[in-house]
Write a protein that binds this ligand. Structure first.
Ligand SMILES: [Fe+2]
Length: 286
């Protein structure tokens, strides 16, 4: 797993054997990246088949954020009960009790998430706090009234103003979770129309993990040139030059990710180096 430019496909990672007596009744839980890759944080994928559940627990050492790729679930966070669908982000700060259950009888829920600056599941300070009861499942749905956790849907996230002069040629960029929610890591997303590019740049102040939700891209990271598809995650060290190109002539590339330890793009120490060249586009290293 070691290597200074880790890129990983979720399908190539083995599921972990999590303990159901500790509340992990998730059908398939995978750690995609963590301290073993040199990453400060743990990036995971959870797949919940009908009836699957992650019972009540909290993480005393880290914030958690997750995104619903598909499915329909019920989440608890503190006293709140929130239904989640594809496109929802859930930000759960450290110490807040939470849980997630699949409400569908036929479809799975799939989530991607991060244990922010916990380099392993063990390091999150996991505390199992009990079963989700029938009363929990039936209780009225409430918004995130505690304002200690946030549920944000993709559709409602405003576009973040980026500068074409500084290399942002993708159609748009936004930040579903950022310091406006009290987070100290940003969950961002780039939407790349056919042929668009985020030019060569670096973030001096933060690590970045970027993944492909949809589409087919070419990433440059340092000297590496790698084609990425949906389900690929890659890791970029602070200060390391990187760029991303949508290789498709017809389809959009959706590339979300995290600025780990920066609460907004303006905290990342963004530096623009210049355009991606025809030579860059012709190279492949892995
Ligand atoms: Fe970046």
């Amino acid at each position: 797993m070691a290597g200074h430019y880790p890129f990983v496909h979720v399908d190539d990672v083995p599921p972990l054997d999590m303990d159901p007596r500790q509340g992990w009744s998730i059908s398939d839980f995978r750690v995609i990246m963590d301290g073993r890759n040199g990453c400060s944080s743990t990036i995971f994928r959870g797949l919940f088949m009908p009836g699957a559940i992650h019972k009540k627990h909290r993480h005393d050492n880290c914030d958690e954020m997750y995104y619903v790729v598909r499915g329909h679930g019920l989440a608890g966070a503190g006293p709140d009960r929130v239904e989640l669908f594809a496109g929802h982000y859930h930000y759960v700060p450290r110490g807040v009790e939470h849980w997630l259950i699949n409400l569908s009888k036929t479809e799975p829920i799939e989530v991607y998430g991060i244990y922010d600056r916990a380099p392993s599941v063990e390091a999150t300070g996991y505390v199992y706090t009990g079963d989700v009861t029938e009363a929990d499942i039936r209780s009225p749905r409430t918004p995130s009234r505690e304002r200690r956790h946030y549920v944000v849907h993709d559709d409602l996230v405003p576009i973040y103003k980026t500068s074409r002069e500084k290399g942002w040629t993708q159609d748009y960029f936004n930040q579903p979770i950022s310091r406006i929610h009290g987070a100290t890591t940003t969950w961002m997303q780039g939407y790349f129309g056919p042929g668009t590019v985020h030019q060569k740049h670096a973030h001096e102040n933060c690590e970045e993990v970027c993944y492909i939700l949809k589409g087919h891209g070419l990433a440059g990271v340092g000297k590496h040139r790698v084609e990425l598809h949906a389900g690929h995650f890659h890791y970029i060290r602070p200060g390391e030059e990187h760029w991303l190109v949508n290789l498709s002539k017809t389809d959009v590339l959706v590339a979300p990710g995290w600025y780990i330890g920066a609460g907004d793009l303006d905290e990342t120490g963004y530096r623009h180096f210049g355009p991606v060249t025809a030579e860059d586009l012709g190279e492949r290293t892995g």
